[in-house]
Ligand binder design. Structure first.
Ligand code: AMP
Ligand code: ZN
Length: 471
């Protein structure tokens, strides 16, 4: 049986490309833009990290070693993409009554906890913008030496018109931008130019500021990712990822400043996760303060892994519309998967027969096609329904598929229920059947909820409950 290669969609070429490493490289150098830690991550942000986790696990499944880096943006950047507006970290400090450093520490820890709850593998390297100011200053100096920068009264800017390929990555319409309605760009030479270093306002001290050859201030946002990606992974990396909102500005700017500084290709693949949308909201925004967190889902009784499953029901390049109905149905699918896989917990086995190897190949083909996670979940369900497979083989296949999906299906302890528990469920079902027979539907609904809380899912027929099982 031939083994399929992994194909990934590269935003740079707008096409699926076979993923292979250059001959002299033995691990995938992968950089994922991390969170700005002035608030909780919302479930939209988390969808992007779930996609990146799927990518990392898939690369490993295909036999690659992955050097995965995530940064923590703890320098206060502006709430607007135009390098002005309020400082996000200072805003976070005002809101919480803590120092900017405490705010950064607190939300970075919360973010790491969220990743753990979602069974997202930790990166090989975590890095922080504030720990790498020297590297950022050095990168700006390199650009300055090569003539790509200019100074205004509020900072050092990158001259985007000096990089002829600037518009290519995001397919920007530079002519349109030139002739279009002029927004106020202050002292910038062109609308797409961006700050590499911002000066602290004269006469005031900022909560976070550093000395530099150009004066006291702080680095621009884009420069941090280029400097850290190069420091931890080298001047050319294999995969750089983030959400689709980063294509136009953040990643376009990262490419410009990195490639101008080094004269080399910055990243071979660029991969972007599409947004999670919430009903009518165009996009969830942390700076608006109005957003859904993982904690909130959990308070509503959902398992974080059900959110993981929900994210994987749609392809990472498609929008996912969040609704409570979709969340409930993901929780039910997870419960069903747990029920179906429970008999295989602790079973030893190997993928040996032709049938089992075919299932493995099918699953591999789903992932090979630019991480088709929904097809991979269907394959898992179809495999579970295949009664011809030996139990041990099924167990081995569940484990294999779960290294990519990360639903922790066989990592649970088998639940042993006591005789008392079972008797209690049976008594409640009797009680509920009586309530139904006297048409006391409010009581029967209440009892159904009690049963559900105890972990029993019941099936009703015309004359009462016909069967029940553990969730
Ligand atoms: P931020 O903390 O705002 O820098 O965002 C962290 C990550 O979440 C980035 O990769 C963003 O592209 C991504 N992101 C932001 N909003 C959403 C959303 N609604 N859905 C999916 N990803 C998002
Ligand atoms: Zn970044």
């Amino acid at each position: 049986m031939s083994k399929k290669s992994l194909f990934l969609y590269n935003t740079a070429s707008r096409s699926k490309e076979k993923f292979v490493l250059p001959q002299d490289v033995d691990e995938v150098r992968m950089y994922a833009c991390g969170p700005t830690v002035y608030h909780y991550a919302h479930i939209g942000n988390l969808r992007t990290y779930l996609f990146e986790d799927l990518l990392r696990r898939s690369l490993e499944y295909f036999g690659f070693k992955v050097r995965h880096v995530i940064n923590i943006t703890d320098v206060g950047h502006m709430t607007s993409d135009q390098d002005d507006g309020e400082d996000k970290m200072e805003k976070g400090a005002e809101r919480t009554g803590k120092s900017v450093w405490e705010v950064a520490e607190f939300y970075a820890e919360k973010f790491k906890e969220d990743l753990k709850l979602l069974n997202i593998l930790p990166p090989v390297i975590w890095c922080k913008a504030t720990d790498n100011i020297k590297e950022q200053i050095e990168l700006i100096q390199r650009l300055e030496e090569k003539g790509y920068t200019y100074k205004t009264s509020d900072g050092i800017y990158f001259d985007t018109m000096k990089f002829p390929r600037y518009a290519d990555f995001a397919h920007l319409d530079i002519a349109g931008l030139k002739s279009g309605a002029r927004i106020d760009i202050g002292e910038k030479k062109f609308t797409t130019d961006f700050a590499l270093w911002k000066f602290s306002p004269k006469g005031s001290k900022r909560a976070m500021e550093w000395d530099s050859p150009w004066g006291t201030g702080f680095p621009g946002w884009h420069v941090e990712c280029s400097a850290m990606a190069m420091k931890y992974l080298g001047e050319t990396i294999d995969i750089h990822c983030g959400g689709t909102d980063h294509i136009r500005i953040h990643h376009t700017n990262e490419i410009a400043q990195s490639e101008c500084a080094t004269g080399r290709l910055f990243s071979r693949f660029w991969m972007h996760g599409e947004f999670l949308r919430e009903s009518n909201l165009e996009k969830m925004s942390k700076s608006s303060g109005d957003f859904l967190t993982l904690d909130f889902l959990m308070k509503k009784g959902f398992d974080p892994i059900a959110y993981r499953l929900l994210s994987f029901t749609s392809h990472y390049r498609n929008y996912l519309n969040f609704s409570w109905e979709a969340m409930e149905s993901a929780q039910e699918s997870l419960n069903a998967l747990r029920r179906k896989t429970e008999p295989y917990i602790g079973l030893e086995g190997k993928v040996e027969s032709l049938d089992a190897r075919e299932w493995s190949l099918k699953f591999r083909e789903c992932i090979a096609d630019d991480l088709n996670s929904s097809a991979a979940i269907s394959t898992l369900n179809l495999m579970l329904a295949d009664s011809a497979l030996a139990k041990g083989e099924k167990s081995a296949l569940i484990e294999e598929f779960d290294t990519v999906l990360g639903f922790q299906l066989l990592k649970r302890k088998k639940v042993e229920h006591s005789v008392e528990e079972i008797e209690k469920i049976k008594a409640l079902i009797e009680e509920r059947n009586f309530a139904r027979s006297v048409k006391n539907f409010a009581e029967s609904d209440r009892l159904r909820d009690v049963l559900l809380k105890l972990g029993a899912v019941i099936k009703d027929g015309k004359d009462g409950t016909t069967s029940w099982e553990w969730k």
